[in-house]
Design a binder for this molecule. Structure first.
Ligand code: C2O
Ligand code: CU
Ligand code: CU
Length: 466
């Protein structure tokens, strides 16, 4: 099997040599053709264990939503039709795009009603691993499965023998296969409500076949609404090549059981490993549950003749074309994430709200769907550099995500953070992190915790760039 065929097989979810059907379906823009995708949300079913679960949501039938692959620097069009009764919208997590295409109800567009189509159209400036999810009825639609990966291909072949997108997502499912309540007030006020069925591409403990001795690119994305993964990679030659879509500037250590890699909701990591040279040998990627009980996220099994690749052949990914903040001249803005001062319910908008708020940004809980009259968390001048000093005043973890811009960590009061550009940063208990950004993309950009129960119970706001 040639490299290209193998990549296609992995992308298309084909079973190879008896491997589990662990891949995600992929929709590619054909070479040279216009990049136009017609997407429609729908109710669907899926069998996770012994029973079929009904009432899931996907862009395809009886399977997770497809991996959308587009080319860097070329216009892409996504016509998204709402096939559900509930309102929706689609957000392209991590992509630096025009504000009107960002998919945030009330901030950038109106919610999309049943059978309505909204055209999202943008030219992705950066290659890398991104993902998409609704931003209206976010909690219920994501909990029911509506998330997918968006891959922006680098120009030119990067020399991998396989390229495998992997979405890590839990579901809350009862013994008869029925969906259990996916949020709880108790969870929302603490670490969030965790799922009990842990999946990779909707499969539990999947095994995927990879070419023996090949260089395998794995793209992990945490698309779960709650779980902060602590990942342990197998003890083999490997390298972390990208973090939250961007090629790494500073090395991220290879994660071990003693020092796992924290990967929070919204975050992605691109990894290259060398597959075992001997056919039939396996590698296991794990994640820690609770204090230290690991579960399998992925198993790779080598097939075919040894390709004899060498990890030293991996070249760094090409840098993406964005300008960097000028840290010396940056103005500092303080942002505090904490409890909600009042704890009142949010207003009852079209996009789904809770009866309570627990969380706040700068002491003000997000009031719900409508933003008129709500001040931004910060107002930044286009073209200027800023340092956001973000303080977590709570004992819980908060992956803080900013739309439309990238930022890089400068320092933390608790640990050393590699200075890699990102769109989502995990704040630990009592952590204060300073990040730098260049406010080069005008608009109102959503800014929130990606534990969706936190987002929906107050830990949300927006940053204005004018
Ligand atoms: Cu991935 Cu505002 O979201
Ligand atoms: Cu986003
Ligand atoms: Cu949070």
């Amino acid at each position: 099997m040639s490299r290209r065929q193998f990549i296609m097989a992995a992308g298309a979810g084909t079973a190879v040599a008896g491997g589990a059907m662990a891949g995600l379906g992929g929709w590619d823009a054909q070479a040279g053709a216009a990049q136009h995708f017609a997407l429609r949300s729908r109710q669907t079913s899926f069998q996770f264990g012994d029973h079929v679960t009904k009432g899931l949501i996907s862009l395809t039938d009886n399977a997770p939503s497809p991996v959308l692959r587009v080319r860097q620097g070329e216009r892409a069009v996504f016509d998204y039709t709402n096939g559900l009764e509930d309102y929706t919208s689609m957000h392209w997590h991590g992509i630096r795009l025009p504000n009107a295409m960002d998919g945030v109800p009330y901030l950038t567009q109106m919610p999309i009603g049943q059978d309505e189509t909204y055209r999202y159209e943008f030219t992705p400036p950066d290659a890398g691993t991104y993902w998409y999810h609704p931003h209206c009825r976010t909690m219920s639609q994501m909990a029911h499965g509506l998330t997918g990966m968006l891959i922006v291909e680098e120009r030119g072949d990067q020399g991998f023998d396989a390229d495998i997108p992997l979405t890590l997502k839990d579901f809350r499912i009862g013994s008869d296969g029925q969906m259990l309540p996916y949020f709880t007030a108790r969870g929302a006020a603490r670490a969030g409500t965790h799922g009990n069925v842990r999946t990779t591409n909707w499969q539990q403990d999947p095994v995927m076949d990879v070419p023996a001795g090949g260089l395998i690119r794995l793209r992990f994305a945490v698309t779960d609404i709650t779980r902060v993964h602590r990942m342990i990679f197998p003890d083999v030659a490997g390298r972390i090549i990208a973090w939250d879509g961007q090629p790494v500037d500073e090395d991220i250590p290879w994660p071990t059981a003693e020092a796992p890699l924290w990967l929070a909701p919204g975050q992605r990591v691109d990894v290259v490993i060398k597959a075992p040279a001997v056919e039939g040998e396996e590698l296991t990627f794990r994640s820690l549950k609770g204090r230290n009980s690991p579960f399998n996220v992925l198993r790779l099994r080598s097939v075919g003749a040894d390709l004899k690749r060498d990890i030293a052949d991996v070249k760094p990914l090409p840098r993406n074309p964005f300008a960097h903040p000028n840290v010396k001249e940056a103005e500092v803005r303080d942002i505090v994430f904490g409890w909600s001062p009042e704890g009142e319910g949010s207003n009852n908008g079209l996009c789904g709200t809770f009866d309570y708020t627990f969380w706040s940004i700068n002491r003000s809980p997000w009031p719900g769907d409508v933003v008129s009259g709500i001040a931004p968390v910060a107002e930044l001048k286009q073209g200027r550099s800023y340092i956001l000093r973000m303080r977590n005043e709570s004992p819980n973890l908060h992956p803080i995500h900013l739309h439309g811009l990238v930022f890089k960590p400068l320092r933390s009061n608790l640990r050393t953070l590699p200075a890699n550009y990102t769109d989502t940063i995990l704040l630990l208990k009592d952590e204060v992190v300073e990040v730098a950004l260049l406010a080069d993309n005008p608009g109102d950009w959503a800014f929130h915790c990606h534990v969706i129960e936190h987002q929906k119970s107050g830990l949300s706001g927006y940053i204005r760039v004018v």
